[in-house]
Design a protein around this ligand. Structure first.
Ligand SMILES: [Fe+2]
Length: 385
């Protein structure tokens, strides 16, 4: 049996009040000044202040780069890196969902490896560990605070570059549901569906193994019980805290087992139309599951059981179909928009499908599709009721 290396952050703090641990985590590393990387929205709603208040209280020096936007670009990474070097920073505090984390990971790698962000597209392209990063998650979905992936949009080629690199793993991950309480329902829904997609793709990836299977199934159970509650009432702290655990476990699962065709295709929608990542996954997930069903149906039945579907009286085929239907139904209940109502244009399908074939996530899919299969799956999602 081959051996398996497991990747995760060195330290993790999860639960209400976790932000208070940040100065202590910062003091444990031999660094002088942080660059806090976040976005305008989190600055505006006061989440950045929640963090800087904690840093100020303990006298932790920092600079701030608060200009990350969704689907971060090479230009944003270069601007953040400039602030990092000119500000005399030597570690990062990333505050956000996937975008701020991804931008920080890119800066972390450039800080110790030099070069440009584009040099690191692909698998294991950096030579040495990045600058330390404390990753504070503000959404219950991306899992970006735990993963060894980051995604940067190359604005010239209009593609999302996927980087897979253990050197970008966070020194510490912080998941505090208090900072997630202000998330609007649409973002809670989209990021929650992202977490569900992580768990399902990790559980059915061709590289799945027992450690990740356990994490993925428990994450699925929690998402089934608590996602809708968190969407309906953002101040339901029991739901928020359980979604923290779910998305963290799903994050560790997929960071190690890999993802698949949903993410390979979703990255193209995000890169081409700047659509939110979680929504793209939710729109594609049932259609990719339909495509993968012939290989994955037993595992889809396991997913169905974790979702709480009474599968014991069903055949494996019925259970797999019921699981896919459950996903379609919850997406409607939590108001995930339809692909046909988005900026998606069928005439772009050949380009989107060709790029999806080269996405780093596709290799982990249970079936290696032909480009025509990917095109047909985009169209199935577009034509869905
Ligand atoms: Fe994702």
């Amino acid at each position: 049996m081959a051996y398996q290396e497991i990747y995760q952050p060195l330290h993790t703090v999860i639960g209400s009040g976790s932000l208070a641990e940040i100065p202590g985590l910062a003091k444990r590393i031999d660094c002088k000044k942080a660059l806090v990387v976040t976005d305008e929205g989190l600055k505006k709603i006061g989440t950045l202040k929640m963090v800087t208040d904690v840093l100020d209280k303990e006298g932790v020096p920092y600079e701030t780069y608060a200009e990350v936007r969704p689907n971060p670009t090479c230009a944003m990474v270069r601007a953040a890196y400039k602030k990092f070097t000119e500000g005399g920073c030597d570690y990062l505090i990333a505050l956000g969902g996937g975008s701020a984390m991804d931008c920080s990971k890119a800066v972390s790698i450039m800080a110790t490896n030099g070069g440009d962000v584009k040099d690191y597209e692909g698998v294991n392209k950096s030579k040495v560990k990045g600058a330390p990063m404390i990753a504070i998650n503000t959404t219950a979905g991306t899992g970006s605070e735990v993963t060894l992936f980051y995604i940067i949009t190359d604005e010239e080629r209009k593609v999302k570059m996927a980087m897979v690199d253990p050197h970008c793993l966070a020194y510490a991950a912080v998941d505090d549901p208090e900072v997630m309480a202000g998330m609007p329902p649409s973002l809670t829904a989209a990021t929650g569906m992202d977490a569900l997609t992580h768990a399902i793709e990790a559980y059915t990836a061709n590289g799945h193994y027992p450690f990740c299977d356990g994490l993925a199934l428990e994450a699925i159970k929690l998402i089934a019980r608590f996602l809708e509650r968190a969407v309906v009432n953002g101040r339901d702290m029991i739901a928020r805290e359980n979604m923290c655990w779910a998305q963290y476990m799903a994050g560790v699962a997929f960071s190690n087992a890999g993802l698949g065709m949903v993410h390979a295709m979703a990255h193209q929608l995000g890169g081409f139309y700047n659509m939110p990542h979680g929504q793209c996954n939710a729109m594609l997930l049932p259609h990719v599951m339909e495509y993968n069903k012939s290989i994955n149906k037993k595992r889809y039945a396991d997913v169905g059981k974790a979702l709480g579907i009474p599968i014991d009286a069903m055949t494996i085929d019925q259970a797999a179909d019921a699981t896919i239907k459950w996903i379609v139904d919850i997406s409607k209940r939590i108001n995930i928009p339809a692909l046909k109502d988005s900026k998606f244009d069928p005439k772009d399908v050949p380009t989107l499908a060709a790029n999806a074939m080269h996405d780093a996530c596709m290799a982990a899919n249970a079936i290696q599709p032909a480009v025509e299969d990917v095109e047909a799956t985009f169209m199935a999602a577009y034509n869905a009721e």
